[in-house]
Ligand binder design. Structure first.
Ligand code: NAD
Length: 260
């Protein structure tokens, strides 16, 4: 379905991003993966994508805190693979603490990685998409782009910001064959969720098991975590030609969370 396209996926060395990269590659797209982590583990994932799906996969070490490196990541796709047809802004981090104890550096870092990086990547990718009159921008937002939870001030602010950025970019690019959408997952079982359990337990005075049952899954009427494969399948659809009229949208995939 995506043969001949090139997808750049930020934060794709783990979790949802890795599932996106693998799903796009399975549909025939060449991919640029990106993210932090152990070099040997990243190389293993990169070469597995090439050998399993018969596509080209490059790794960009761009740090989402650095606008120049983000622009270089897009340039890598354009010069080595011919284009950046599909841009997925997915890198993200979380921190859980009450506002009055929230470290200032952590606030700045979360806004930079979870929001500003998407702006810098779009800024770099949109000219090439406009020239080709085709493009797909998919931002991994969150249910937290639509509703809040206590103790996640920076994350909720960044994700609400991504919702606004998505709508603005959709309006600016609508006549160029480019769509811009946000995917809003509920809780997906990934390292990001696993790592926040101890701090949430501390902030709420609960055991870790109670956090999983009474905080995380309590938010989702289905009482089940969303899977990374389900989120990736939605991204593949948004990248397809059948989704050309879907733009500026927030795609909830949250087991009914924000319906409550
Ligand atoms: P994850 O921790 O498994 O993956 C995060 C990725 O971002 C990793 O590849 C990491 O290396 C990368 N990253 C972090 N800081 C970076 C930096 N400075 N530069 C480059 N890459 C960096 O987490 P995940 O759960 O797969 O999260 C992916 C996205 O999905 C995030 O934007 C997150 O907010 C969003 N999300 C996750 C859930 C969930 O329940 N897991 C729910 C809603 C939204």
């Amino acid at each position: 379905m995506l043969k001949g396209k090139v997808a750049v996926v930020t934060g794709s060395t783990s979790g949802i991003g890795l599932a996106y990269a693998r799903a796009f590659a399975k549909e025939g797209a060449n991919v640029v993966i990106n993210g932090l982590g152990d070099a040997a583990a990243i190389e293993k994932e990169r070469s597995a994508i090439e050998s399993e799906f018969g596509v080209k996969a490059l790794y960009s070490p761009a740090n989402m805190l650095k606008p120049d490196e983000i622009a270089d990541m897009v340039k890598l796709a354009e010069t080595e693979l011919g284009a950046c047809d599909i841009l997925v802004n997915n890198a993200g981090i979380q921190h859980v603490a009450p506002i009055e104890e929230f470290p200032i550096d952590t606030w700045n870092t979360i806004i930079a990685i979870n929001l500003s990086a998407a702006f810098f990547a779009m800024r770099a990718a949109i000219p090439g998409m406009k020239a080709k009159k085709w493009g797909r921008i998919i931002n991994t937002a969150s249910a937290h782009a639509l509703v809040a939870s206590p103790f996640k001030s920076a994350y909720v602010s960044a994700k609400h910001g991504i919702a606004g950025l998505t709508k603005t970019a959709a309006l600016e690019t609508a006549t160029f064959g480019i769509t811009v959408n946000a995917i809003c997952p509920g809780y997906v079982w990934t390292p990001l969720v696993e790592k926040q359990i101890p701090d949430t337990a501390k902030a709420r005075g609960m055991t870790e098991e109670e956090v999983k049952k009474n905080v995380l899954l309590a938010a989702q009427p289905t009482k089940e975590f969303v899977t990374v494969e389900e989120v990736a399948a939605l991204a593949v659809f948004l990248a397809s030609d059948n989704a050309r009229s879907i733009t500026g949208s927030m795609q909830q995939i949250d087991g009914g969370w924000v319906a409550e």
